[in-house]
Design a protein. Structure first.
Lengths: 219, 219, 219, 219
């Protein structure tokens, strides 16, 4: 698992764009893999759950699920077990993404389940307070802060990193918003982040590989 | 698509049991395929979404999703598009299962999306009133009524079939509860149902193939 | 109850604006009552649930709840029973408003509960298909269609009224969107609607009473 | 506000029982008030939101809401603003009750809103981890731990109190489960709790006042 959470880490969240679904997901996965090979950056992809299986067979970089449900095995039609995404090839999981906010009690259940399976959780938060709360749970390996990296308020990113490390220094903090250029990525790293979460900026780029290369060029 | 919704139809909902996840899902899928071949019954399997891709490669019987989200392509982390499950190999989708109840407006969105993709929807309902409401929407091919087949109140099943056919005679009605033996299945068919939805009774059976064979033995 | 659903009916949904909360809710309720008295229009107000009790004591026009939960009496902290809003003075209830969409199964439960209590339900829908579905349930007295009244597509409003009346001629249809002037209201009535659902246009008006009077001036 | 959160504090959650709705809510509120007067215990009642207004007029003990929504003033039909329950007479609010679990981001929003209004929040949690997470947010005055007081595992209650006080010593911890006798209540206080959350055991008691008196008799 140490290898999976090696920093700097760049997680490409495929979300649910047509440009990142099925065959298009494969193209994006291959571009991500090439960037990982060419730059040494730890590239991770997070596709929709039906695409996890074949993408994890096609590329060597880690594949994460975008979400798993806080349910135990049983009668939960339409839910997805952590065991299922793991067997399909996922090595980690986003938790509580801003587009899939979860109840506090369910976040607690899922980060424990992910840890039990020796997988990596990326717990997403939206401000300093929820980042601190997230740090007190079964330690997620990564916290994906939704605080935008901006020149205007760098202290908020630093403050978030500080409070998280104060509670648990082993947690790596990712910047999950406002990253669109190599300068943004460098700024995030300079403020204490150890990686970033990306999505539409890369997915919708004319040349996603070039966009990714540009992004990691300054670190 | 006509072949996919051929009746009598038996849909095995894999839900989220360990016995129906990953490699175990494959065993269950193969047992279902053998029963289809031996009996001519239209067997359909509905696994968790990460298992759709490889199961649809391994067996020839139709694979349905257990649920898709009422979202368009875009930023919806953790959701699953109908386009994604289709490209993964699904030919249909359960909608509004009792363990995944949906908002009326979302049911409307999803049955339209499934129809646009020439896939089969199985719209699950819980009583006569919601079955009638379901029949007025973009016609789902199949309505999976949650009304139990019991000797005590056969008229409720008949009444449901009647009201659905009155609104739209092309919709086939499945019985989605209380089916555990060949007699139950025969009773459902005698009351006007054209198939059944099964789950734990088969999944947890010592010999799922035998259990399925027993179930379809009387029709 | 006949008096409560007398048409033309104008329902003012207070939503959760500061301008329609607490003491401000009282001002708005009194303005609505004056308009009812001056024009003979059946004015109904739908405040937040903590305001139902005192508003129903202060004004004689009917007070509706904005929502009740599909739960039976029991352990459901934070929910509100239909029995509770009735005892507080509510004579009806909005159901499935676009800002509070409900599961199909829950809509079915709530319209039945409202009917059992001899109260009036206003079931809100978002298009022709969901309006038809709504009409097949325990008949709500009123369906609040979210289809905007526009000069461009009057046939959609008419089509909605037609399909609802075809399924159940006793249901009155209200227009729930796009009503901001007396002309809009008249257009809605000419297309077969028997009333309207209003909100921010009146709540945020400089003079809500004047705005209401203007609105009903053409019918 | 100091008076409102005076300990020992006993909060009676009315939930949504018929026995605690409307006129019955008034009886229960008056019984609670008598117990407060006779014993000096800080009794608080938490009725359904339509009952807040008249109960807060009828009794002098504090009235709390069972839940408020994490929304700002605006178009949120069916939601309830903190401003609305405050104007109706509530002096505090339960947050994230086990029957009304909230998203982490929403809990953060609501505890901040409650604090801004100088009201008391009772943030409910379900284990040590979520209690710790709750303590890092805008400090709620009270944390209602759902950990049952049992003779078998007293250390879990103590551990919860300890970790909460380690993070923020000003937070009072309430026991929210397993309290049915005076002995249970005494045990909870001995383990570091400063009060309890009660519900059906009192609401459904033949004589709620007697049941309450018995409960506080040992402290």
């Amino acid at each position: 698992m140490d290898n999976i959470k090696r920093t700097p880490i760049v997680i490409l969240n495929f979300k649910t764009y047509m440009e990142s679904t099925g065959k298009n997901a494969l193209k994006l996965a291959m571009a991500s893999e090439m960037v990982a090979e060419e730059t040494g950056v730890n590239m991770v992809i997070a596709p929709q759950s039906p695409d996890i299986y074949f993408l994890s067979k096609e590329v060597k970089i880690p594949v994460f699920a975008q979400h798993v449900d806080a349910v135990d095995a049983g009668g939960h039609t339409g839910s997805t077990l952590i065991e299922c995404v793991k067997e399909a090839g996922a090595e980690g999981c986003l938790v509580n993404h801003s587009e899939q906010r979860m109840k506090l009690a369910d976040i607690d259940v899922v980060v424990k389940k992910v840890a039990e399976k020796d997988m990596v959780s990326v717990l997403c938060t939206n401000n300093i307070e929820t980042s601190a709360a997230a740090s007190t749970l079964e330690p997620p390996e990564l916290i994906g802060s939704g605080i935008p990296v901006s020149k205007a308020e760098p202290e908020i990113v630093e403050g978030t990193v500080d409070i998280i490390h104060q509670i648990n220094p082993k947690i790596s903090v990712l910047c999950g918003a406002g990253i669109s250029t190599g300068e943004d990525m460098k700024a995030a790293m300079d403020l204490g982040a150890e990686g970033v979460l990306l999505a539409s900026g890369i997915i919708m780029a004319k040349d996603p590989k070039e966009a990714l290369l540009n992004l990691v060029s300054k670190i």
